[in-house]
Ligand binder design. Structure first.
Ligand SMILES: Cc1cc2nc3c(=O)[nH]c(=O)nc-3n(C[C@H](O)[C@H](O)[C@H](O)COP(=O)(O)O)c2cc1C
Length: 207
């Protein structure tokens, strides 16, 4: 059964441009991919707890030495990683905050990007341990995004590559706070992108 993992990083619920872009993208996918299961994490509205000392200690400890307390400290991290492992597609809807990703999304990454679990460490560097799958990011910003000041897209591309997810694309919904015309232009671009994306996913999931 194909599964889409939707990570929603805006705290603004129904007012959020990125959330609304994700909702329309998911609706189109559902129309074309039978039995598509949606798993949703509202990271912005229901933030994950901050990473604490127990999680860090348990994560750095050799797996064989972990007892009940360490396994409990890792439980949420494990759950989030398994959600990623069983997904066929990851769709992230997020605002741009201060040139990068909001803390809510960064926090999720700190739970899933884990040494010896989602990436391996060697003298040659880091190697991803997850099977590749498409990661698509719908990113809303208030103004235009200058490539030199966009720290979100290169960061997300790199961090997903680190855990093995190299099939990455970010779609920018720019100038969301610059009036109706700008919003309408972004909406048109989104619709064009969605058509291609649905076709791509149909081929990939062989439906
Ligand atoms: C804390 C904060 C920081 C922001 N930083 C930026 C920024 O760096 N660049 C930008 O273009 N817009 C910035 N914005 C505007 C948001 O990206 C914009 O309102 C966007 O629509 C939010 O996404 P959402 O509608 O999905 O919640 C910021 C907004 C907030 C609240």
């Amino acid at each position: 059964m194909p599964t889409l993992l939707h990570l929603a990083a805006s705290p603004r619920g129904a007012l959020s441009f990125s959330n609304s872009a994700a909702r329309s993208t998911i609706a189109r996918l559902r129309d074309s991919i039978p039995n598509l299961t949606i798993v949703e994490r509202q990271l912005g509205q229901t933030p994950l707890p901050p990473v604490d000392q127990h999680l860090v200690a348990a994560s750095l400890m050799p797996a064989a030495q972990r007892g009940a307390a360490e396994l409990a400290a890792l439980a949420l991290s494990e759950q989030l990683i398994v959600e990623l492992e069983v997904a066929s597609i990851v769709l992230i809807s997020t605002p741009m905050y201060n040139f990068t990703v909001p803390a809510a999304l960064k926090n999720w990454l700190d739970y899933v990007v884990r040494p010896h679990r989602t990436f391996a460490l060697s003298a040659a560097g880091k190697a991803g341990m997850l099977a590749d799958l498409p990661v698509r990011v719908l990113m809303a910003s208030g103004g235009p995004v200058h490539p030199l000041h966009d720290f979100a897209t290169p960061y997300l591309r790199h961090v997903f590559q680190t855990i093995g997810l190299a099939d990455f694309e970010a779609i920018h919904l720019e100038q969301m706070l610059r009036g109706e015309d700008a919003v309408a232009r972004s909406q048109q671009q989104l619709t064009r992108w969605q058509v291609g994306f649905v076709e791509q996913m149909q081929v990939r999931l062989r439906v």
